[in-house]
Design a protein around this ligand. Structure first.
Ligand code: ADP
Ligand code: MG
Length: 697
């Protein structure tokens, strides 16, 4: 079904080639189909009319009914402006145009009455509206009782009369021409079950709402549809993967039993047990596991990873774990080596700084199968790294790896694609996880090991610094260690580095009796490691650092996290940083330092941190503040290019839509049944246009 929706917009009445070219350029809209999906971004109640005497500077856009008294052009050249002097029974004001004067002037005959719309401003003693929207007053529009759609537009479009009202005008044409051709995309059972109105009616209402409640239902229907097809697409990708890739059946638990019996240093939490069961079910199934483990900082993901490794190794396969930084890879290696040694398993570390000779040994023992566990950074992905039989690949802190890198891991085993376990401490709101990781199964470790005391968080201002120093002293006296973190970003690197150094000096002066470490990104890596190690071993009491310590570092004796210029950090970063403490049995503290004047968003961020330790709640606030694209970084934001639905606000609709998509695919995975014909047609249509989709896979 090509036809009407592929028609170029220049053929629409009232558009023409010139305006079409401008719309192409300004809004990236080319066809009828694209234009009809240019939904209003909000609606205005235009039932209210203001008298000129009622105007005030606090008002946003207003409607005024006024009569043209006189029109004149004032000024010369670039400063020329068109001024219409207008009046109602309460006073006079001016309407002003700086652009498109020759267009507007003929439309303003003296004596005619218009509805003008725009933001009033006071010039001298007279009210004025620059570039108002306007339409001649008629009996119909004075008494209309509806919401006016507000469309996004640009200055250039406005100059060609494509302001919101202008767009609405051409939309009237478009909807009239297109509406009869719009086909239903959802089966009637789904419409009924979820009480959704039809597609045609939704499109009509979204552009020309007749009643508030119908507009609501139209919006809900279109959001549902958008989520439905997004989820359907992701679930279909998952089905294809399951069909296409067999997984190595790994069902032997010999090593696991021995580890449980003789070595495990603590009782697993119920959440850890559940997640291990979920992973084990995948691993022995003959299907390839592709699972995301979400667990807040300190929830014990490493142990879950190790146990999954044991399952693989019991069945004669190998395991690898990839971390985003050398520091983290090191730490994982140090931690897991203890357990591997207990079990008599070969383990090795492979990072960029491993020497050539050592690398060779690692490569060889990997290929012979002698080496069972390989920990490392991106270095693992290099083609020279070949396993005898890689059974499971574990990726820590997934958000730092791209999809392409994940795919490279898959290529490490020719017979079977390795089982993949992705671990992330970044709590992703469920709605976003469903979308970003829609093709992964998700397990959540939603419980911390027993005996952890919740971290106490406070917000202090720079003027309280002496008290904060007193507190640091008191904690170090008790034998604890303290982190002090400074922001450092590229754009203001010099300044930030200076702040860090100044901070380090003032702390050294305040605590001459304590050994202090300093670590930042541009330090030589052995110097960095040396300082880290001193702190890990407890030789230094205070660690002054930039966010290099953000991810994963584990020093249970550190119980205080001071974050300087906390207003400059994002929420998820603050949460990650705070997660560096609270890892031992002691009461831990987080102190957020900031200046006194804060932006609204900064205040919300700091208040949120003080209020809760719950990573998911924090992630939700973050999503609301920043929007989903930003949250995931630009490279993944393509997924969240939604026209009308909003991942942070429409979570409920998303859940419903996902359920519906699941239900449809469970009964009819190929979408062959007649009742699902509308869905199939839409899926094919979207594939053809591949607007949003091309960036996903
Ligand atoms: P994360 O999920 O942040 O990676 P880790 O795996 O580093 O957390 O675990 C944090 C700390 O908790 C480690 O010191 C680890 O040994 C400990 N730990 C993990 N699981 C348990 C448990 N069930 N009981 C007690 N301590 C645990
Ligand atoms: Mg970890």
């Amino acid at each position: 079904m090509s036809g009407i929706f592929d028609t170029k917009i220049e053929f629409l009445k009232g558009v023409g080639p010139q305006r079409a070219a401008l719309i192409n350029k300004e809004l990236n809209i080319f066809t009828y189909g694209e234009l009809i999906q240019h939904y209003p971004f909000r609606y205005e109640d235009r039932t209210k009319f203001f008298k000129i005497r009622e105007l005030s500077a606090e008002l946003e856009n207003v409607q005024v009914i006024a009569k043209i008294k006189q029109v004149e052009i004032i000024g010369l050249g670039g400063k020329r402006r068109l001024v219409a002097h207008v009046a109602d029974e309460t006073g006079e004001m001016e309407m002003t145009w700086f652009k498109g004067i020759q267009w507007v002037q003929p439309k303003l005959p003296a004596g005619a009455t218009f509805i003008f719309y725009g933001k009033p401003a006071l010039y001298g003693r007279k009210w004025s509206i620059a570039h108002p929207e306007m339409e001649p007053l008629s009996a119909a529009n004075e008494t209309r009782n509806n919401f006016q759609p507000v469309y996004s537009t640009t200055e250039k479009l406005k100059a060609k009369f494509l302001d919101s009202r202008g767009i609405s005008k051409i939309m009237e044409q478009l909807v009239q021409v297109c509406l009869p051709q719009i086909q239903e995309t959802l089966p009637s059972e789904i419409l009924q079950q979820y009480q959704l109105i039809g597609k045609q009616e939704s499109i009509r209402q979204i552009h020309f709402p007749s009643q508030p409640d119908l507009l609501q239902r139209a919006r809900k229907r279109l959001k549902f549809e958008e989520f439905f097809f997004l989820q359907l697409r992701l679930l279909m990708m998952k089905l294809t993967r399951i069909e296409k890739f067999r997984g190595q059946p790994l069902s032997n638990t010999e090593l696991l039993t021995e580890f449980y019996k003789n070595h495990i240093p603590f009782e697993l939490t119920n959440a850890q047990k559940r997640v291990i069961r979920e992973a084990f079910t995948d691993m022995k199934s003959g299907r390839q596991m592709n699972r995301l483990i979400q667990g807040d900082v300190g929830s014990g993901k490493t142990m879950v990873a190790f146990i999954c490794m044991l399952i693989a190794i019991s069945s004669g396969a190998q395991a690898c774990l990839m971390a985003p930084t050398e520091i983290l890879a090191n730490q994982h290696y140090e931690g897991l080596r203890q357990y591997a040694n207990m079990m008599g398993l070969e383990i090795a570390l492979l990072t960029g700084s491993v020497k050539k000779a050592r690398r060779k040994v690692i490569h060889e023992s990997l290929e012979s199968g002698e080496l069972k566990i390989l920990i490392g950074t991106h270095a693992l992905l290099e083609d020279v790294v070949q396993f005898k039989n890689l059974g499971i690949a574990i990726v820590d802190e997934q958000h730092r790896f791209g999809v392409a890198q994940r795919a490279k891991l898959w290529a490490k085993n020719e017979e079977f694609v390795p089982h993949v376990l992705v671990m992330t401490a970044t709590p992703i709101p469920r709605t976003l996880a469903m979308t970003l990781y829609g093709d992964l199964d998700v397990s959540v470790i939603d419980e911390l090991p027993a005996g952890r005391k919740p971290i106490q968080t406070v917000h202090r201002y720079d003027k309280d610094r002496l008290k904060v120093f007193g507190f640091i002293n008191q904690e170090v006296q008790k034998g604890r260690q303290v982190y002090i973190v400074y922001p450092l970003i590229e754009e203001s690197e010099k300044m930030d580095l200076k702040n860090l150094m100044d901070g380090f000096e003032s702390i050294s002066r305040a605590f001459p009796q304590y050994p202090i470490s300093i670590v930042y990104g541009t330090m030589k890596s052995d110097a960095k490691d040396f300082e880290m190690q001193r702190f890990v071993k407890g030789e230094t009491k205070i660690m002054v650092a930039t966010t290099v310590i953000e991810v994963g570092v584990n020093v249970p004796n550190a119980s205080v996290m001071i974050i300087e210029n906390a207003e400059r950090f994002g929420l998820s970063q603050l949460h990650q940083l705070r997660g560096r403490v609270g890892r031992g049995a002691e009461q831990s503290y987080c102190v957020l330092m900031s200046k006194v004047e804060l932006s609204k968003d900064s205040r919300i961020r700091l208040d949120t941190m003080v209020r809760t330790n719950d990573g998911f709640e924090i992630a939700d606030v973050d999503l609301r503040l920043r929007g989903p694209g930003d949250l995931m970084g630009t490279q993944q934001s393509g997924i969240t290019d939604l026209l009308i639905a909003d991942l942070s606000r429409d979570a409920q609709i998303l859940t419903l839509a996902r359920d519906a998509a699941q239900q449809v695919l469970a009964n009819d995975p190929e979408l062959n049944q007649p009742q699902n014909a509308p869905i199939l047609r839409q899926v094919r249509q979207q594939k053809k246009h591949a607007v949003n989709w091309s960036r996903i896979s």
